[in-house]
Design a protein around this ligand. Structure first.
Ligand SMILES: *[C@@H]1O[C@H](CO)[C@@H](O)[C@H](O)[C@H]1NC(C)=O
Length: 370
């Protein structure tokens, strides 16, 4: 077949004027460029609540720009609550992955706990134009729509932890306190000394270094990179067990066997990624590791001079975290004296799922319960 084709091509060339022969390479180039383009283009996302899209099962609130955010409430009713906490989930998670605070503590302290699907995850509409700023504004608007009052507490885990820095920067006037758990750090934030970045970079597996590098330097290639099979992909995305530290191996099952899986009867990832990977996972990487025009390292205490109450910001990181190297959080904590740093010497990334830890985190966050 190939031979025949080649001969035909040859005959073709021989019997046609030189002009056509010159056009052939151009046609091939256009063909391959189109092929490449179609390969790197993400497929359209499935829109929740539309024909052919995933069903809407959760309550949702509509934002000013028309997008919906799906949410999950727990704890005491908000009208009776002393504290209102909004939880922001991590990469490849959804509203059900809320910090597992015990019912006893929720009731003892009077906590209303709100969790929501971040844009593009589970049942919240995608936000293709999302940035590290827009998510902070989404949080404030969510709080307004649900009438949580002027101030609330925030807890964010992993990629949701990184989002806490955005909230501190863009909506500090709404915050009563913040807990930042094992936050993703961006290697390109200004203010890190090169040796700190280098050490943190080396903690990652090569396949994770590559995925992060592509998300930062070649964001337009992120979809292709994370769906291709030629090179080994991100171990976070693929749930590679090698990324589990000693203690993560003990708690991983809790994290993987989420109660909602059984309740809803679908595999976790199906619900989390049901709109497509691009508007959920890939955009998380493109924003989280993208180029920011500000850096948490250069942030002044957003609560300096607030006399009425002392707003606490707690940063928690496990020293054996293989998902997100501890070095960046450790350095940030040195640079920002207004952040209370808790380094857990034997913990990995999944410590918020360990028995009793959620209550410890919440008690340290709320005033009067040190
Ligand atoms: C959540 O915490 C309760 C105890 O408060 C525990 O019984 C339950 O197993 C935990 N669930 C998960 C998924 O970690």
């Amino acid at each position: 077949m190939v031979r025949l084709g080649a001969r035909r091509l040859f005959n073709c060339r021989a019997s046609r004027p030189a002009g056509a022969a010159k056009k052939l390479p151009l046609a091939l180039l256009v063909f391959f460029a189109a092929l490449l383009y179609s390969q790197i283009q993400p497929p359209p996302s499935k829109i929740p609540g539309t024909p052919g899209g995933p069903p809407v099962t959760a309550p949702r609130t509509r934002l000013r720009d028309g997008r919906h955010l799906a949410y999950l409430e727990s704890g005491v009713p908000k009208e009776k609550a002393r504290y209102k906490i909004i939880f922001v989930h991590g990469f490849d998670c959804c509203r059900h992955d809320v910090l597992n605070v015990s019912q006893a503590l929720l009731e003892e302290l009077g906590i209303y706990l709100l969790s929501f699907d971040r844009p593009g995850y589970a049942e919240s509409d995608a936000h293709p134009a999302r940035t590290e700023k827009s998510i902070a504004l989404d949080v404030a608007e969510l709080a307004d729509n649900l009438q949580l009052g002027p101030k609330f507490h925030l807890i964010g885990f992993s990629m949701g932890g990184e989002i806490m820095w955005s909230c501190l920067r863009y909506i500090p006037h709404r915050l009563a306190g913040v807990a930042i758990l094992a936050p993703v750090g961006n290697f390109w934030w200004s203010g890190f000394p090169p040796d700190v970045v280098e050490e943190a970079w080396r903690v990652q597996f090569p396949q994770d270094q590559r995925a992060v590098w592509v998300a930062h330097h070649l964001p337009w290639l992120t979809h292709w990179w994370n769906t291709q099979t030629l090179f080994r992909g991100s171990s976070v995305k693929h749930g590679d067990p090698a990324i589990l530290s000693r203690e993560d191996r003990i708690v991983a099952h809790k994290f993987m066997e989420r109660p909602y899986k059984a309740r809803i009867g679908v595999v976790q990832f199906e619900q989390v990624r049901q709109q497509g990977e691009h508007d959920s996972l890939h955009r998380d990487m493109m924003v989280g590791f993208g180029t920011w025009d500000w850096s948490p390292l250069e942030m002044e205490n957003p609560f300096a001079g607030a006399v009425d109450e002392e707003v606490k910001v707690h940063l928690w990181h496990g020293a054996e975290d293989l998902y997100v190297p501890v070095q960046l959080s450790r350095y940030i904590s040195k640079k920002l004296p207004w952040v209370v740093y808790h380094e857990l010497p034997t913990a990995g990334h999944l410590f918020p799922a360990a028995d009793g830890i959620p209550d410890v985190i919440v008690r340290s966050l709320l005033p009067g319960d040190e």
